[in-house]
Write a protein that binds this ligand. Structure first.
Ligand code: CO
Length: 488
């Protein structure tokens, strides 16, 4: 196995480090905590998970204050985790790995469905609750300082036959959180669920629904000022196959390119279905931004949807660990594309345009300020510099200039770049990009702090152990480490 496989798909020890050695100088304004989620181990007893999107949830906290960094990491204490610890077995189905069980137990599982509670994909603060998010509707609340597990909540109270996205949209001004839940059954449907974040109650209500015969695998959705955009890729499932669960979750989905892609647009205020248009065949995990285009008299004639697109869904296959280990394995690069969905006049197909040729994944932006904005300019993410291996560079795309800047270092594999803005900034990229980088030859990870404007290194905080290849995280400028002064 190569070094990046050993270190990036191994196991992280649980630790608490008060003072992580820092090289370089952290900006004096930078205070807060980067909370990250991802797999903490790919090995349980004698069993190994099969895919990058499997594994047991582990939370990480990097707290920055006064030019210093503290760190903690901890497994999310779930049923999946305790079965792994106590019985040394994979007890719950994950994205592409099924539990270890006999044929009989497998058949019985149809009558006693269990979904994993290992919420490992993202983090969100919804109505002051910090949640670890999964694609199952089971979301796990945790304490942002100690990373201790608090309890389970959800976007949908029924957990069986439901999947959701790990990318809810949060609108602080309108005090709402919106997510998409897909319900599988004889009458499958997509449902946008809304949480009123002006209360501390996490109860969700249904905002909009749409019936579907063969639901698509959808990892995120678009939200503009006035619209919700559900982009339905031709990676679809017969719901019966999913309910019988004869194969791991994602392996029930089939690529049907002849279907093309469908853009379903809903009114955000009323939930009414506005229009469905077709578009070229493609696949995406991540929406980046969406915004309304206004006519001079203030009507919306077009919704513009930016996302990271692939020509097909082969990227999912590329993340099986056995595929990543193959000497000629190659992760297809996604590119930033813009699709325009016309809402005025007769319905016509959505047209797509590549905004930048440089590959990007795990896209992020200054979400608090730029999400839904037509002025949005910068996208941060990870990229592939070489022909093989894993994501090994950080990328910053300038949409206005149609150009990209990159950061890379020999043997290093950066995770998602999270933007933290300088308080009082006027320029969109006045701030830093935070990324947890795996140094494969050393088998350790470090928190990299890049100047977001110049995309050059300001500082790094070096851990004595590896942080496995993770997915998503968030920076909170008002969350301090234990004992640290609250930022603002
Ligand atoms: Co994601």
């Amino acid at each position: 196995m190569t070094e990046f496989m050993d270190a990036g798909f191994g196991r992280s020890p649980e630790t608490l480090i008060d003072d992580v050695p820092v090289r370089g100088t952290l900006p004096d304004w930078l205070e807060g905590s980067l909370l990250r989620n991802g797999p903490g181990t790919f090995q349980v007893g004698g069993h190994r998970y099969r895919h990058w999107f499997d594994g047991l949830a582990m939370l990480h906290r990097f707290s920055i204050a006064g030019g210093r960094v503290s760190y903690a990491n901890r497994f999310l204490e779930t049923k999946a985790w305790s079965a792994a610890r106590d019985e040394g077995r994979i007890a719950y189905p994950e994205f592409a790995t099924d539990p270890c069980r006999s044929l009989f137990a497998r058949a019985m599982a149809v009558f006693d469905p269990q979904v994993t509670d290992s919420a490992k994909v993202n983090i969100a603060r919804v109505a002051e609750h910090f949640l670890a998010l999964a694609e199952t509707p089971i979301q796990v609340e945790f304490d942002p300082q100690t990373l201790a597990t608090v309890g389970v909540t959800g976007w949908d109270t029924s957990t069986f036959g439901r999947m959701t996205t790990v990318h809810p949209h949060l609108d602080a001004e309108r005090e709402e959180a919106i997510n998409l839940v897909t319900r599988y059954g004889a009458a499958s449907q997509y449902a946008f669920r809304r949480v009123d974040t002006s209360t501390t109650d996490l109860a969700a209500t249904t905002l909009a629904t749409r019936r579907v015969r063969q639901p698509s695998y959808i990892h995120s959705f678009g939200m503009s000022e006035r619209h919700l955009v559900l982009v339905e890729f031709p990676l679809v499932v017969n719901p019966l196959d999913l309910l019988l669960w004869r194969k791991p979750y994602i392996e029930n989905f089939r690529w049907r390119p002849e279907r093309g892609t469908r853009f379903h647009v809903f009114d955000r205020a009323t939930g009414a279905h506005v229009r469905t248009v077709r578009g070229p065949t493609f696949f995406a995990f991540h929406h980046v931004n969406a915004f309304d285009h206004l006519t001079p008299d203030g009507r919306v004639d077009e919704v513009v949807v930016d996302l990271v697109a692939y020509d097909d869904a082969a990227v999912i296959e590329a993340f099986y660990l056995h595929r990543l280990e193959e000497p000629d394995s190659r992760i297809p690069p996604g590119t930033l594309r813009r699709y325009r969905v016309s809402l005025a006049g007769p319905a016509r197909d959505a047209e797509g345009e590549e905004l930048c040729g440089t590959g990007i994944e795990l896209p992020s932006l200054d979400y608090a300020r730029m999400n839904t904005s037509p002025e949005h300019r910068y996208v941060y993410g990870v990229g592939l510099s070489g022909e093989r291996g894993f994501y090994d560079e950080l990328v910053k795309i300038d949409i206005a200039a149609r150009s990209a800047a990159t950061w890379s270092e020999e043997g290093c594999y950066p995770g998602e770049g999270v933007f933290a803005g300088r308080p009082g900034r006027t320029a969109e990229d006045d701030g830093v990009v935070l990324s947890v980088v795996l140094d494969a030859p050393r088998g350790t990870s470090f928190l990299l702090v890049l100047d977001a404007a110049t995309f050059t290194e300001l500082a790094r905080a070096e851990l004595p152990h590896p942080v496995l290849f993770g997915y998503h995280g968030q920076f909170y400028d008002d969350v301090a480490g234990p004992g640290g002064a609250a930022a603002r």
